[in-house]
Design a protein around this ligand. Structure first.
Ligand SMILES: Nc1ncnc2c1ncn2[C@@H]1O[C@H](COP(=O)(O)OP(=O)(O)O)[C@@H](O)[C@H]1O
Ligand SMILES: [Mg+2]
Length: 380
């Protein structure tokens, strides 16, 4: 496959076939070096560079495809550092995720991240992967993505922990549709949280394919799921990163992941994490349930979830509250699936239609009787 950014077919880059399941070498140091014709690893160690940005700029493939004068770090997670860069050819803004692999397991999990994102390319609510590059010498993987403007975590902070109902619905509907699409295709995310959700401003939704059109209040805003590093296509087993206990963030993780992740249905645990993310958007602090070791926690947990739901402002309405309750069920068998989440969100979209009509009615005409239905919801 040729490079989408530089449009070249025959570049001497370390392109990795997307279907590749494991490295074409044993990840011992000597094999890594003999299998590469890129820069010697000694040149790529951070000691030789003042900043990581400087180091990234010296990777030949980066300097051939991106402006190296303005590479800047824009984010960091447990596995990768993300840099903003401008493409040389198209002058487009990209995000480059840089990851270092220590073991074959690491490598496999990073390749899996690339493969899952590639498999979900066609969905408008999943962050697009544009290219990928591996430097075997220094055990580095670069994933080039479309660049988001901020994370949902930042948006929540900027809005002082409370997103108004209309935008909340758009965020919820976008993410639900992205997750539903992934689940339908047999993929699970396994680490849904505000840090792994990106906000795209000035994105023209009309041009995006496979995107939902319900509850959209701002046509230029799109919310997308990113960081599929903990994801898997086998949603009934453990993921590699779960085995190491490093992946999920306990605040967003379903209780079964904290108790025993042997028999987890990851589709259902995604539903839980999405609901926790949405709870986070409506200004409710959620106590982190730590040290869960037994199923006896069930009662305490259910009570806490009920308290959380009660704390959600009436502005969000009973339908949303009940929906979140269904998504936050302790028992994963009772917990609802994404299909039901989508249905409920779609039904809310229909309920908004009369309000749009009301706006067009001249002020001397009386309002239709169904106005009462929306009482209590703040519109901004
Ligand atoms: N495509 C992107 N555009 C803009 N910012 C991004 C992009 N991808 C990631 N980020 C930022 O970098 C952070 C870390 O990226 P992520 O993929 O979640 O790495 P990790 O696997 O280490 O958690 C994210 O929380 C987000 O703030
Ligand atoms: Mg992340």
């Amino acid at each position: 496959m040729g490079c989408k950014i530089c449009k070249s077919e025959n570049k001497k880059t370390k392109m990795l076939p997307l279907g590749l399941k494991s490295p074409p070498f044993s990840p011992s140091k000597s094999n890594l070096q003999t299998n590469s014709n890129s820069q010697p690893s000694s040149k790529l160690t951070s000691q030789n560079y003042k900043t990581i940005e400087e180091k990234i700029s010296t990777v030949p493939w980066i300097s051939q495809n991106f402006e190296t004068t303005n590479i800047e770090k824009i984010g960091e997670g447990g596995f990768g550092k993300v840099f903003g860069a401008i493409g040389l050819k198209e002058k487009k803004r990209y995000a480059i995720k840089y990851m270092h692999f220590e073991s074959e397991e690491d490598f496999d999990s990073m390749i899996k991240e690339i493969n899952i994102m590639s498999a979900l390319q066609r969905y408008g609510n999943i962050v697009k992967i544009e290219d990928r590059y591996v430097v075997f010498d220094s055990r580095e993987i670069y994933i080039v993505m479309e660049r988001g403007d901020r994370s949902l975590e930042n948006l929540i902070k900027e809005r002082k922990n409370k997103i108004n109902y209309e935008l909340f619905l758009q965020i919820f509907s976008d993410l639900a549709f992205g997750l539903f699409s992934a689940h339908e295709d047999g993929f699970v995310h396994s680490d849904i949280k505000p840090q792994n959700i990106l906000v795209f401003e000035d994105s023209d939704r009309a041009k995006l394919r496979n995107i939902q059109n319900f509850n959209v209040v701002n046509k230029n805003l799109t919310f997308k799921l990113t960081d599929w590093g903990a994801g898997t296509s086998n949603y009934t087993g453990k993921t590699t990163r779960l085995k190491t206990g490093m992946t999920f963030t306990t605040t967003y993780a379903a209780p079964e992941l904290l108790i025993d992740n042997e028999n987890v249905n990851f589709k259902k645990s995604d539903v839980f994490s999405l609901a926790m993310t949405m709870v986070n958007c409506c200004g409710v602090p959620y106590k982190n349930i730590k040290h869960i070791s037994s199923i006896e926690i069930s009662e305490k947990f259910t009570k806490e979830i009920e308290e959380v739901i009660t704390m959600i402002s009436s502005e969000y309405g009973d339908i949303i509250k009940n929906l979140l309750k269904g998504m936050l069920c302790f028992d994963r068998h009772t917990r609802i699936e994404m299909k039901e989440v989508i249905e409920t969100l779609k039904s809310l979209s229909k309920k908004q239609e009369p309000i749009k009509v009301i706006k067009e009615i001249p002020s001397n005409k009386s309002l239709p009787p169904n106005r009462e239905k929306k009482k209590g919801r703040k519109r901004t």
